[in-house]
Design a protein around this ligand. Structure first.
Ligand SMILES: *Cc1c(COP(=O)(O)O)cnc(C)c1O
Length: 361
């Protein structure tokens, strides 16, 4: 078997141990004689799986009881629209912090449902730095404040949770959920598409303070209403049972690894290794992001001569390092260092980068 080191931004690496277990259980899950994909979501076995996944996530993230956990569909993008539908009424406004591609998209998708106030933006600085909390022009009457703690494309990450007073803080944690301990009680709503740090695409994990479930006042179909999903254990209709199952296996794997505190340590080591290799390359490689804003999860970098990009990608691929092509908006390279990417993968990448630079001086 030849598993490569996978630095893809998303869908991204899934722990090999999780995939191996899914493989072992594929034809006969839990003594049922059938695949988990073939069983009713209303059956006893699947309901137990769903409850276990929620319990494990609650334990991993330390989620207080006054928060509901939802397992939804539609990708993070659908919730860019559904969050304003649920948290704001006709005529309300919300504050958006735009510190990269996804925050900008979230603000645009919210615009049909409320008045969007761009309370801070680093667009004019090409998203190379983070708008500091002191610069945010917040409206105390806003329905909520939305921000993106980790911007997957631009490689910038807020490390401190911003204080926004009594207004609920809503955060798109798609690319850094479970990467380090987090004080959930500081948030009104946390959401994440699963395909970066949790499992396969097609699943969205949401943690929402229960009082916010009562906010939805405009007419909308039940399927869009978070309160309905919470009241029906996220099974208003057929959920993504396969995604839920793999997310549950990933949560168990995370617990075996020592939980999010152990992950945080590993993620710090990985990021340091790669940034040191970039910064120590005498300009051969470059990461343009303001140092305190650098993401631990997504590391974009360029080569000193972009004419070498094609060779870098071809040779890294041949060396068993995949998913390094940068986002089309930025060009260059990007290495994503999610939980499922081990330290050895980053060591292999850094070794390749040194070797490449020596050979293509
Ligand atoms: C990938 C990503 C998204 C988009 O996720 P989809 O599931 O494709 O809708 C949104 N926000 C962030 C921060 C992401 O990394």
């Amino acid at each position: 078997m030849s598993r490569v080191w996978n630095f893809s931004a998303g869908p991204a690496a899934i722990p090999t141990a999780v995939l191996e277990r899914a493989q072992r259980e594929l034809l006969d899950w839990n003594g049922s004689g059938a695949s988990v994909m073939e069983l009713s979501h209303r059956g006893k076995l699947f309901i137990a799986l769903a409850q276990q996944a929620e319990a494990d996530l609650r334990e991993l993230m330390g989620i207080p009881n006054d928060y509901a956990v939802l397992f939804l569909q539609g990708g993070a993008t659908q919730h860019f629209a559904q969050i304003p539908m649920n948290l704001a009424g006709e005529g309300d406004s919300a504050d958006y912090i735009v510190n990269g591609h996804w925050g900008e998209k979230a603000a645009n998708e919210a615009a049909p449902y409320l008045r969007v106030n761009i309370a801070a933006s680093s667009k004019a600085e090409q998203y190379l730095r983070l708008p500091p909390r002191e610069s945010w022009q917040l409206d105390p009457g806003a329905a909520y404040v939305h921000y993106t703690p980790n911007e997957t494309i631009h490689g910038v990450e807020y490390r401190d949770i911003p204080d926004v007073g009594e207004v609920p803080l809503v955060a798109d944690f798609s690319s850094n959920i479970l990467s380090e301990p987090l004080d959930v009680s500081r948030f009104g709503l946390i959401y994440a598409g699963a395909q970066k740090n949790i499992g396969p695409s097609g699943l969205v994990v949401m943690v929402i303070r229960r009082d916010l479930l009562q906010r939805a006042s405009r007419p909308m179909a039940k399927i869009f209403r978070y309160a309905e999903q919470a009241a029906n254990d996220s099974m208003l209709n057929t959920p993504n049972t396969w995604g839920w199952y793999l997310a549950g296996l990933t949560f168990q794997w995370l617990k075996e690894q020592g939980g999010v505190a152990a992950m945080a340590e590993r993620n710090r080591t990985k990021a340091e290794l790669l940034y040191q290799a970039i910064d120590g390359s005498s300009g051969y490689y470059r990461n343009p992001v303001d140092v305190p804003a650098r993401s631990r999860m997504n590391v974009p970098f360029t080569l000193h001569d972009s004419a070498l990009d094609a060779d870098f990608l071809k040779e890294s691929d041949a060396a068993g390092l995949i998913g390094l092509k940068g986002h089309k908006a930025l060009g260059g390279m990007r290495a994503s260092l999610y939980n499922a990417v081990p330290v050895e993968a980053v060591e292999a990448l850094v070794g390749f980068m040194k070797d490449f630079a020596a050979r293509h001086g």
